[in-house]
Ligand binder design. Structure first.
Ligand code: HEM
Length: 347
């Protein structure tokens, strides 16, 4: 005869299940390992001392949205089976932006320019990518980025000096920031993935790659002083006018790593002789509203990839994906702080 389960036994079982669930949540939240880097910590560290710009992206808060297309020339199909590389034209949603947590930062105060893009293909897949204009990232690891954020807003006068001493990899980025020309238009920027990804071809072979968007427009270098004279929002006004007068183009170039290249460290450039393949052209066709346009509620999460593109051993895309999701959750819940029209008070 089956034994009836005792009430006590059932209660113990329920307590164990609830306890295990609570422990799993506590683990995920980092309660057992206060030293562990979490998306919450990264996002909190991005905030200026005066607090975050509510309703806005927690980084790259200032930007301007656009739509256009990606014209694939077919050459990328040798490296990846993703439909986005098959010859054809695919719709793009993009956003030019400045690497600052301040949505009202004057253009001349922000050294790093960025670009978020989403390319959609008829098979229902998407390739999202967020790129920046320096040739290398400032640090080797997400932990290093966290330390950089803390040092750059520290009240300790030696904080940046100490950070640089502990992070020799920062030198290459520091050299670029000090010596590279400033551009006077987003149309003149070269944008780089910096992170490494894996392309998987039709035969299942894997190729570790990085990619860049090379501008068709000629560089007209400027200085922060000159840029400041043109006004705090010059870059978004200029790109709106430029795109209205003619579509703006960038060539998408894929660089393939050699065995032994530093694929897990975006602060290290690969040697200049690595094989490259031009796979198509990004065309910006129409500047869209930023505040109430199609970019407002998208997260250009670099880990949203079509079949045929995968993350690599580079630790950044996973860390970025988690932080972007946190930022997205926060800002979309704060819609009332960033009304959809400048005069409206409604979210
Ligand atoms: C651990 C390192 C990083 C952290 C924690 C981080 C954090 C963030 C956050 C929180 C956002 C706002 C996301 C949103 O609300 O939609 C953002 C946007 C962005 N990030 Fe990062 N980021 C990191 C590394 C990088 C790297 C390596 C690149 C480029 C190579 C990059 C390029 C961008 C760009 C272009 C945007 C703006 C995208 C848009 O217009 O929505 N970030 N980042």
């Amino acid at each position: 005869m089956p034994q009836p389960r005792s009430v006590f036994g059932s209660l113990v079982l329920i307590a164990v299940i609830i306890g295990a669930g609570a422990a799993a949540f506590a683990y995920t939240a980092g309660w057992f390992s206060p030293q562990r880097l979490t998306p919450d910590k990264l996002v909190a560290a991005l905030a200026p001392l005066t607090g975050p710009a509510l309703g806005h992206r927690r980084n790259h808060a200032k930007g301007i949205c656009f739509t256009g297309e990606f014209e694939a020339n077919g050459a990328g199909s040798e490296l990846s089976k993703a439909q986005v590389f098959a010859r054809g034209q695919y719709p793009v949603l993009g956003r030019f932006n400045l690497a600052t947590a301040d949505a009202n930062a004057p253009d001349a105060t922000v050294r790093v320019h960025g670009l978020g893009i989403r390319i959609a293909t008829p098979d229902g897949q998407e390739w999202r990518s967020a790129l920046i204009d320096p040739p290398v990232f400032a640090v080797s690891t997400p932990q290093g980025f966290y330390e950089l954020l803390l040092a750059s807003k520290s009240k300790d006068a030696n904080a940046m000096k100490n950070f640089i001493a502990a992070h020799p990899e920062f030198a290459a980025f520091g050299d670029w920031a000090k010596n590279a020309p400033w551009t006077d238009s987003y149309a003149e920027d070269r944008f780089n993935s910096l992170n490494s990804f894996v392309f998987v071809d039709n035969a299942g072979a894997e190729h570790v790659v990085r990619w860049s968007l090379l501008p068709a427009a000629q560089l007209v270098s400027t200085t922060p002083d000159d840029l400041a004279k043109r006004g705090p929002d010059y870059l978004e006004q200029e790109i709106a006018q430029r795109v209205a007068s003619a579509p703006q183009r960038w060539t998408l170039v894929v660089t393939i790593a050699n065995p032994g290249d530093p694929t897990a460290d975006p602060s290290k450039a690969w040697p200049a002789d690595r094989r490259t393949v031009e796979v198509g052209t990004l065309v910006a066709q129409k500047v869209e509203a930023e505040r109430d346009g199609p970019c407002r509620d998208i997260n250009f999460d670099p880990a949203v990839l079509p079949t045929g593109i995968q993350v690599s051993d580079d630790p950044f895309p996973a860390a970025r994906s988690a932080a972007y999701a946190r930022s997205y959750d926060l800002r979309t819940a704060e819609a009332k702080d960033y009304p959809r029209t400048a005069t409206s008070t409604k979210p």
